[in-house]
Design a protein around this ligand. Sequence first.
Ligand code: ZN
Length: 228
Amino acid sequence: MMAGEQRPADDMRAPLAADICQAGRLLIEKRLVAGTWGNVSARAAQNQMSITPSGRPYESLSEQEICCVSLDDGRQTAGRLAPSSEAPLHRAIYCARPDVGAIVHTHSLYASACAVARKSVPPVIEDLIQLAGGEICVAAYALPGTDALAEAAVAALGDRQAVLLANHGAVACGETLREALMIAEVLEKAAQIYILAEQLGGAFALSAADVQIMRDFYVARYRQRQKG
Ligand SMILES: [Zn+2]
């Protein structure tokens, strides 16, 4: 091993890797991505993230194929395959948001439709408000895999738990992988409800005050209960 080179972080990667593989398979099962699109990561020890590799089908993804990337400099620290090309996006969110422990990036149908129309998902449905904190905004367009996309996503994410990527897809951020997956699923449902309500004559958004009350309740009470 060369001087200054980090030892492969297989030991710390192992427990997260199993959960990441399972989350990837759930993305396919729940039709939130197709093929090898989308990606999943979790914050790991020693300021690193574990993340799915580039271009591997989730159905046959093994724990050994999960990559580790340093949040300090973006360098790969473990794993034989290249990390997802959206690793800069995941890294930028972990650096900007210490409260985020896991990220799920999807190409789900209705969230992507909003991202293509470049329309935020307004706070129209209570479960998404509780889980994600209100309006889900669309980040300015940038090419996939670029630092520009990572910067735009962080800016549009703000202090909420999800963001849409213009003409691309959605990103859900949770304390845990389980929460990030739930947010991805509920965001997709909320985007569908929003589009349907618009066809019925228009969706009504809830007030900022009501949004805040619901979000506070979830963070203080419900999220704690789910951990138990
Ligand atoms: Zn993508």
